[in-house]
Design a binder for this molecule. Sequence first.
Ligand code: HEC
Length: 129
Amino acid sequence: MKFLIIIYFITSFFFLSQSFKTKEQSIKDGYEIYQDFCLRCHMSEGEGSKGIPPLAKSDYLFNDIENSIHVVKNGMKGEIIVNNVKYNNVMESPGLDDEEVADVMNYILNSWGNSYDKLITYEEVLKIK
Ligand code: HEC
């Protein structure tokens, strides 16, 4: 019996910690993912570089959040306009899982002067194919 109670507490703690990740924690985890998967192109201040659009103050990023989740999940190619500058390049899929996509979205939406009220959740990313 004691054993079952312990298992019960461990599993419920596990599920609670998964579904109640705070925004602060998600942004912190997203920072780590950004360093590993995005920094080399979008740079440390999200400023982008030649042929690579910025994430800092990007109108494209904020215009359609669902589409931006789609980009971070699957990559993109073709012509886009970000802050009045035209890009026609390719971003390969970074190959992140849905929770990592949510974390890195929360990081880029709340860094370098960007801010976004809502928390991007795992469930929201899961729905976008
Ligand atoms: C190999 C370089 C490269 C890497 C790595 C990369 N990107 Fe991109 N990203 C691009 C390019 C190039 C585009 C524009 C593609 C086009 O022209 O269609 C882009 C576009 C975007 C856009 C939409 C345009 C904008 O500026 O708002 C977002 C959002 C984005 N990337 C986020 C990320 C995130 C988050 C990561 C890391 C998980 C990442 N990218 C990794 C090169 C990269």
